[in-house]
Write a protein that binds this ligand. Structure first.
Ligand code: BG6
Ligand code: MG
Length: 218
């Protein structure tokens, strides 16, 4: 392929930290309080999906007034933010801090591309905000994943071409966005979910930078 990776663009939830569990608990509380059906299986479908789209999935076709939608999203987000207060650098997923250090040492740029509007405070609480050269989050673009906008935004901030950028994603929607805009891609999780990525690893800590570089160089 003869490709050189100039930037790593990371998803946040499920890649750098496991906030997916906290999102789940906050949505479960909202659903229980409102009497909506929700469980971990439904929660799987919320991976990488925006706050509003997540609520629509939980509503499962039920139509409620816009004011109520907004109130439920705000309530979930407040509960989620309370859960986030407990986060520390211990919540960085295994291997990810070392990977960031390795990338910096090699001069490869680092960016975030998350659907979350809480991404910046989360990176600060994890103590790794300063390691990122660019941030794309839920406030940066209008069209959420699976559209590629947040990835293109992140690469643009880095001034690096999309084809020289590699995305690390745990969500089907995120992998689709990355592939659709011509970026290299690593999927984290089962093939059924992220098999469209160039390279798939079960866990973020399994990423082997040397072999990823060799894969694209070959
Ligand atoms: C994504 C998560 O990163 O961000 C989703 O995977 C979440 O589960 C989305 O819904 C939006 O996050 P937030 O923090 O803006 O509600
Ligand atoms: Mg994710």
């Amino acid at each position: 392929m003869g490709k050189v990776i100039k930037a790593f663009i990371f998803d946040l939830d499920g890649v750098i930290t496991d906030t997916a569990e906290l999102h789940y608990r906050a949505w479960q509380k909202m659903a229980d309080d409102e009497g909506y059906f929700f469980n971990r299986e439904v929660n799987e479908r919320l991976r990488g999906v925006s706050r509003r789209a997540s609520l629509e999935i939980i509503l499962d076709g039920k139509v409620i007034p816009e004011e109520k939608m907004l109130a439920l999203m705000e309530k979930k987000n407040n509960d989620y933010k309370t859960l986030l207060e407990t986060i520390t650098s211990d919540d960085i997923l295994p291997g990810m801090y070392d990977l960031l250090i390795e990338l910096r040492a090699r001069g490869i740029k680092i960016a975030l591309a998350s659907a979350s509007r809480n991404a910046v405070p989360i990176l600060r609480k994890l103590g790794i905000y300063d390691m990122f050269d660019a941030i794309g989050d839920g406030n940066s673009v209008v069209r959420a994943k699976p559209e590629p906008d947040v990835f293109v935004h992140a690469a643009g901030q880095l001034r690096i071409a999309v084809e020289d950028s590699l995305v690390v994603e745990d969500a089907e929607a995120g992998v689709k966005g990355a592939v659709d805009c011509g970026m290299m891609s690593i999927g984290i999780g089962p093939d059924e979910r992220v098999g469209a990525a160039d390279i798939v690893y079960p866990e973020p800590g399994d990423i082997n930078l040397e072999s990823v570089i060799d894969y694209y160089k070959a």
